[in-house]
Design a protein around this ligand. Structure first.
Ligand code: SF4
Length: 377
């Protein structure tokens, strides 16, 4: 089983915090779509003919595409891949694109999951982030998507924003519960290098996010989600029963995936590839039958670190027996030695051979994982 990710590299405007690859000019959209269809053909063997269980349109802003354009991409994928009958097809969408008419058109397509970039239900936060939508649109598009028949909906939130009080963070979550959204992804605001936000923080035009606020709001998030019967199945992801993201879970389970479009990454257990993060060069490369990606072969250390990074973030955890069976003994010894420290301090818990992060450990997930990494000398 494998997944396909399609990166749509266009946005209406640049959110201050964002470091994804995108252009705010849509001038190249048609040429990009031609290049993308060509890439689907060029990369048809990368997944070694595995069944496709998930297709994910990410970005950028995939909801800038028309439903005709989305259908043509799905049709091209069907031409070269065997698609499972129960395939999950997700479209990332922004509220300002999701008019009633657009939602109706999307419902006619094979898409069966919407991932809506809500971020907050408060205009003050949305303005601070430089989002293109308003709070009213955020609520309306969820209600309308449900009326039209989309059941599998996930929304994104950002917490730790200087404008977001604890009270409003709780209200954001309550609104999502009230709207009966079955899946929520919530991310702590981070200041990524080379973003507008990094520049504003450096020049003191905007306040840097407060780590204590972010930790407190993460704890509030975990508490509220548990009270409302969401499973905390990955650090940033929460789902009602039956609504776990199949696509993201396949990344965390180490399954193969093919990434198409500028900046997209691919992995087939033998190599990792990353496409050029430049729309013009991506289009030109495909046009001239040149490679639009770089690649590396997966080393044992890569594979081990990847396994830790993905498994420890999830409810399914890291399996010591798996490490013992599939990695050299030095890796296993290192893993046991390092994990003992965090086990004793209550950051990790053990159930038989499985290690998972405790709630306290989830606050330090990146540091703990980095300490368990194996470096080949
Ligand atoms: S819409 Fe999404 S991809 Fe585009 S700038 Fe905003 S956060 Fe980044």
């Amino acid at each position: 089983m494998a997944g396909i990710y399609i990166h749509i590299p266009f946005c209406k405007q640049a959110c201050h915090y964002c470091d994804f690859h995108f252009s705010t000019s849509l001038k190249m959209k048609d040429r990009f779509l031609i290049a993308l269809l060509k890439e689907i053909d060029v990369q048809k063997n990368y997944l070694e003919h595995e069944n496709i269980k998930t297709i994910y349109f990410g970005g950028g802003t995939p909801s800038l595409l028309t439903s005709i354009e989305i259908n043509s991409i799905i049709d091209a994928l069907k031409k070269y891949h065997t698609i499972s009958a129960d395939v999950e097809i997700t479209l990332e969408a922004n509220p300002d694109d999701l008019t009633f008419q657009k939602l109706e058109e999307l419902k006619q397509s094979p898409l069966n999951r919407l991932s809506i970039g809500i971020q907050s239900f408060f205009d003050e936060d949305l303005k601070w982030m430089n989002r293109a939508h308003h709070a009213k649109q955020a609520k309306e598009c969820i209600v309308q998507a449900q009326q039209i028949g989309f059941k599998n909906i996930t929304i994104d939130f950002i917490y730790g924003t200087p404008t977001l009080s604890d009270k409003n963070w709780l209200l954001n979550l309550e609104t999502a519960f009230h709207l009966n959204v079955p899946h929520i992804s919530a991310y702590s605001l981070t200041v990524e290098p080379r973003t507008a936000l990094a520049g504003f923080v450096k020049s003191k035009k905007l306040k840097a996010p407060d780590e204590e606020q972010a930790s407190r709001q993460f704890e509030m998030l975990m508490e509220q989600m548990a009270l409302n019967n969401f499973s905390h199945y990955e650090i940033s992801n929460f789902a009602k029963e039956g609504f776990v993201s199949q696509h993201n879970s396949s990344y965390w389970r180490g399954e193969k995936y093919l990434g198409l479009g500028p900046s997209a990454h691919s992995y087939n257990r033998i190599t990792r590839q990353w496409n050029i993060a430049n729309n013009a060069i991506y289009i030109k490369s495909l046009d001239e039958n040149k490679k639009a990606f770089e690649e590396e072969r997966i080393t044992t250390a890569n594979r081990f670190n990847e396994y830790l990074l993905t498994s420890l973030r999830t409810i399914w955890g890291c399996d010591s027996e798996y490490i013992k069976k599939y990695f050299p003994v030095a890796y296993y010894d290192h893993y046991i030695k390092q994990s003992q420290i965090y086990l004793q301090q209550g950051y990790i818990q053990q159930h038989q051979a499985i290690l998972t992060l405790t709630n306290k450990g989830k606050l330090l997930a990146d540091k703990i994982t980095a300490d368990l990494f194996f470096t080949e000398i």
